[in-house]
Ligand binder design. Structure first.
Ligand code: NAP
Length: 287
């Protein structure tokens, strides 16, 4: 698929070497779109891609390198925290630096992947940091699109990686009843939405839910995923939280993984389809 208008855009990506970043870069490269990818470590670059290595987003030389790019896709994020690296350090403070970088380099638009379920009234740490990052972007005066993503599924996504690791040990754990729901979306659809959101005025200064076309309970998701490769084992939810709190290194699901799962966040995918003008990939084609 070629997006003619977007082809002329010059796009920068931060967090370019993570799961979503790798997939978006491949998608943009296939569509012959020029991209500047900012990373902390070296990696093989793709066609139509310039790699910019950095150690700090404050670095002055980044401004000249990114001068007058049309848009920046902000994919830096941290899904677990410790005393050494907190959500505030990564999700909030680095967003402030990215906003400043956009302003200094005169990049007009920022696209940010937030979390589905994030709101002002949220009470848990990861979502609070995502909400605060959203606020930094909204208040910046830059053009923005904030995409609040449910589970993004694709090659080597964090949930699939976790489940495949569990399969190797012979069983997949379901914390509690497994009746809480999720709404996974294909990473290819996410890449398309991001690209459309860069030039489509309907995405201007909006928060959009990035949810897939099917709502499914976690238990049914696991049954579809597992394809009889391992057993399913349900454990008491209290036990799952106890391990996440007291032995975080051994926990299969971290504290905020559990919060997001049990949070049972679902939304309306039709709104997203209307906005972006294409049909989202059905779950059976994603798994
Ligand atoms: N995957 C999902 O299902 C999902 C769902 C909802 C929202 N999101 C959001 O979407 C964004 C991308 O997710 P992802 O799955 O691609 O995550 P990921 O694979 O963990 O990648 C995160 C990126 O953030 C960068 N990063 C982390 N800490 C950093 C730091 N201290 N300084 C600079 N860079 C740092 C990493 O850089 P390095 O490569 O250099 O380590 C990596 O490129 C994140 O904001 C995430 O919260 C993802």
């Amino acid at each position: 698929m070629i997006f003619v208008k977007e082809k002329k855009s010059r796009i920068a990506i931060v967090g370019a070497n993570g799961f979503v970043g790798r997939n978006i870069r491949k998608f943009l490269s296939r569509n012959e779109i020029s991209v500047a990818s900012l990373t902390r470590t070296k990696y093989p670059h793709l066609k139509y891609e310039t790699n910019i290595r950095y150690s700090d987003l404050d670095q002055k030389n980044l401004i000249a390198k990114l001068k007058n790019y049309d848009a920046l896709i902000h994919l830096i994020g941290q899904g677990t925290q410790s005393a050494d690296v907190t959500y505030e350090d990564v999700n909030v403070e680095l967003t402030k630096k990215i906003v400043q970088l956009c302003k200094n380099a005169k990049i007009r638009k920022i696209i940010y992947i937030s979390g589905f379920g994030v709101s002002k009234s949220t009470t848990f740490g990861y979502f609070i940091s995502k909400f605060k990052a959203e606020q930094e972007i909204i208040r910046s005066g830059l053009d923005y699109t904030i995409l609040r993503a449910s589970y993004i599924i694709g090659n080597n996504d964090p949930l699939t990686k976790n489940l495949n690791k569990q399969i190797k040990s012979g069983s997949i754990i379901i914390p509690g009843s497994g009746s809480y729901r999720l709404q996974p979306i294909s990473v290819n659809d996410v890449a398309k939405v991001i690209l459309v959101s860069i030039t489509n005025k309907q995405f201007l200064n909006k928060i959009v839910d990035l949810v897939g076309p099917q709502t499914i309970t976690f238990e049914n998701f696991i049954k579809k995923f597992i394809k009889k490769r391992a057993k399913i084992k349900k454990i008491d939810l209290e036990k799952a939280y106890h391990t996440a709190l007291n032995q975080p290194r051994n926990a299969i699901y971290g504290l905020d993984d559990l919060n997001i799962l049990v949070g049972d966040f679902t939304g309306n995918h039709k709104k997203l389809e209307q906005l972006c003008g294409f049909k989202l990939t059905p779950l059976k084609e994603i798994l």
